[in-house]
Design a protein around this ligand. Structure first.
Ligand SMILES: C[S@@+](CC[C@H](N)C(=O)[O-])C[C@H]1O[C@@H](n2cnc3c(N)ncnc32)[C@H](O)[C@@H]1O
Length: 314
């Protein structure tokens, strides 16, 4: 279950793996997959054969071994991990954008949120967890098969009580009337989001926030023009994250035959070490820490436009 609630709807992090659970089988940060635990099944990968029956009863996070001694980690499914393993039925939002959205929409437990389109449900799982256990996400997609696959994923991850998926053309019809005036946040990931803005503004409570994700700046301009009539604090962001590879290189301290100077990598800029004195000296002489931006860092995904519904004082 992606939001680990017990029978009393209280958060519980002391869970063990059971028959039917989804686990994230983690080999490396760039190699993991979701597996449904079934006692008669095996998982085969380059590290060998793993029997699911060996996993049952172990705490999430356990390191488990194959018949030939290889290992993987069995992680609890979280929205963050799910985003990395889900099947891409559409373009999806990734964590840098997702975390910004959840934060800027000011979501807290109990909030009611509207989303369209659902797409692959990458953002939906994080929205649902943010509003759990008493809030709700109503998500809409006009593509029946996508809506149905997302519903299946949410059931698999134990999110059915938190998310309702409906098939609806939000650009053409707007959000259902029943949501008018009672929604805490709206998120749009649509090709023409400005068409959904009037309906979104009728659904939002006063002072509540809308967010629209668009890959192209022309879409953003059009959305902002429409937002200006009933929203304030309109702001657009592009979230760019640079991840780093940190490697420690050990080198043999030897002396050059020509001039007697020590041979090794060029001196590195370093902060004062926090290692204990003797370890620090050892690190100074034998190790060098190399930090370089990852070549696989994701570039532009899209623009996030946020706006707050104005209250017309009488
Ligand atoms: C890029 S995907 C959304 C991805 C989603 N944010 C995620 O993180 O997985 C856009 C979705 O909007 C849906 N869509 C496009 N036009 C729509 C409309 N008029 N009404 C409802 N859904 C629509 C598409 O079917 C598609 O699934």
């Amino acid at each position: 279950m992606m939001v680990p609630l017990d029978e009393a709807n209280k958060l519980s992090f002391n869970r063990r793996i059971s028959d039917g659970d989804t686990v994230i089988v983690y080999e490396r940060h760039d190699s993991m997959r979701a597996v449904t635990v079934s006692p008669g099944s095996d998982l085969q990968n380059r590290f060998g054969v793993f029997k699911h029956s060996d996993w049952i009863g172990k705490p999430f996070g356990s390191k488990v071994f194959s018949t030939k001694g290889g290992f993987v980690f069995l992680l609890a499914p979280t929205p963050e991990l799910w985003t990395l393993v889900l099947s891409h039925r559409t373009q999806i939002l990734y964590l840098p954008d997702i975390s910004f959205v959840v934060s800027y929409l000011e979501l807290v437990p109990g909030c009611v949120v509207l989303e369209s389109g659902t797409g692959s449900g990458s953002l939906s799982t994080s929205l649902a967890r943010a509003v759990a256990p008493s809030g709700h996400l109503f998500t809409f997609d006009f593509h029946e098969q996508r809506a149905s696959s997302a519903r299946t994923d949410f059931e698999r991850n134990g999110l059915s009580n938190l998310i309702t998926v409906s098939v609806r053309d939000i650009q053409g019809e707007g959000f259902p009337k029943e949501h008018e005036g009672c929604v805490d946040a709206v998120f749009l990931d649509l090709p023409q989001p400005w068409l959904a803005v009037p309906s979104a503004s009728r659904c939002l409570k006063p002072d509540a926030v809308l967010c629209s994700f668009s890959p192209c700046i022309e879409q953003v301009q059009h959305t902002c023009e429409t937002l200006r009539s009933s929203f304030t604090d309109i702001r657009t962001f592009e979230v760019l994250v640079r991840s780093y590879e940190i490697k420690e290189h050990r080198f043999a301290k030897s002396v050059s035959e020509e001039d007697g100077s020590p041979v090794g990598p060029p001196p590195q800029k370093r902060k004062q070490s926090t290692l204990p004195a003797n370890k620090s000296e050892q690190a100074e002489s034998n190790f060098s820490v190399m930090a370089k931006p990852c070549s696989t860092a994701r570039g532009h995904t899209g623009y996030l436009t946020f706006a707050r519904l104005t209250v017309l004082s009488k």
